[in-house]
Ligand binder design. Structure first.
Ligand code: COA
Length: 348
């Protein structure tokens, strides 16, 4: 039988992260995601993943700043691609125009291009980076958002920095295995992350909350039932690996709770209600397949609360995940093995 989603097929050995889907446990660089998100900056997680050395946090902070500055030099000549209607198309095209294959150069460029494209799409001028700032803080500043959300964004970037053999990481490793360069691997990974079944879900999660809010009290059950009757998927629910609630959903929900002085309190309550209704309705229809909230559900609430525009959610996911892509690239190249699965030929 063809294993069309390659479930359970081991394609690599990795020290970078481990996803236990039955227990709902995620370990990144040897630490549970809950602990890592609480105590690590993005720079530290990057140092742990890419350099296997948390002690390099300060060096990484400096080199990421340099990476952002170098990328900023390219922004004026990339105006055309930064104005594309889809932020992931802009990011893919802009990273493809870079040639520095050092991990911090690529990660710095990801932040600068994600933010600049978001601004250009909104008809605003891009904002220059400040290399002395932390990566999360500078990313918010370049978006024109308040930097008071920096620690929440840091926690988010750490939380999504790596996640086992997910589709974009696999894409990056396949490219790495051919002996290609890191920029090419990240360009391929961005293409994979763009898809709604992988990283494209959080924007639609907010569209769903808006649609339910517009219906008034009790709107959640009617809206969810209609979608499921029409055989549409509920964004932010379900996961290929987790059979319980995605542990990252709880980490991000806790971050939103910590912010809740602002207008996000009501949004969070609505999100909790919608999650419960969606879980109940999905359980009724798929009693044998637990479909619970995934990382994207609370990503949407968190990024909205700290002022990231809805159309920039997936590019910001890439700002965090690029750490994992670069680390997996190095790990794969060290094996020196080409990834070359097979297909079964069937006559048309
Ligand atoms: N809403 C409604 N139904 C869903 C669903 C969802 N979010 N997720 C899965 N299902 C249904 C499928 O339609 C399928 O039904 P069927 O057996 O009647 O055809 C059944 O549950 C089993 O799904 P399966 O195909 O085994 O799930 P998968 O492992 O291929 O899908 C996802 C995993 C993430 C792609 C899927 O849950 C999904 O599309 N979720 C919404 C998008 C999303 O949030 N993506 C971000 C992931 S982090």
């Amino acid at each position: 039988m063809v294993n069309d989603g390659l479930e359970g097929v081991v394609v690599a050995e990795t020290r970078l992260s481990d996803v236990d889907g039955a227990a709902g446990r995620l370990v990144i660089a040897g630490q549970d995601v809950e602990a890592l998100a609480k105590e690590a900056t993005f720079e530290r997680a990057f140092a742990m993943l890419v350099h296997d050395d948390p002690g390099r946090e300060r060096v990484v902070r400096r080199t990421l700043g340099e990476g952002r500055l170098a990328a900023w030099e390219l922004v004026s000549e990339l105006k055309g691609v930064l104005a594309l209607p889809n932020g992931m198309d802009s990011l893919r095209a802009a990273i493809a125009r870079t040639s520095d294959s050092r991990p911090e150069a690529i990660a710095g460029a990801t932040s600068v291009f994600a933010a600049a494209a978001s601004r250009v799409r909104a008809g605003l001028a891009p904002i220059a980076p400040h290399p002395s700032r932390g990566h999360a803080e500078d990313t918010l500043a370049m978006l024109g958002a308040a930097t008071t959300g920096a620690s929440a964004l840091d926690a988010y970037l750490v939380t999504v920095s790596d996640h086992g053999m997910n589709a974009s990481t696999f894409a990056a490793r396949v490219i790495a295995s051919t002996g290609s360069d890191m920029v090419s691997a990240v360009v391929g990974a961005i293409g994979a992350l763009k898809g709604p079944l992988h990283g494209g879900a959080p924007g639609p999660v907010l569209d769903m909350l808006d649609a339910i809010e517009a219906r008034g009290a009790g709107g959640a059950t009617a809206w969810i039932t209609e979608q499921l009757d029409a055989k549409r998927r509920i964004m932010g629910m379900g996961h290929r690996v987790y059979r319980v609630r995605d542990p990252r959903a709880a980490v991000l929900e806790a971050q939103v709770r910590a912010l809740r002085e602002g207008p996000c309190g009501a949004r969070l309550e609505l999100a909790r209600e919608v999650e419960q209704v969606a879980q109940r309705e999905l359980e009724r229809r798929h009693p044998d397949r637990p479909l619970r909230a995934n990382v994207e559900f609370y990503t949407a609430i968190l990024l909205e609360a700290i002022g990231v525009p809805r159309d920039t959610f997936t590019p910001i996911f890439a700002v965090g995940r690029v750490a994992g892509w670069c680390a997996h690239f190095n790990e794969q190249q060290r094996t020196g093995r080409l990834i070359r699965p097979s297909s079964r030929y069937v006559r048309a």
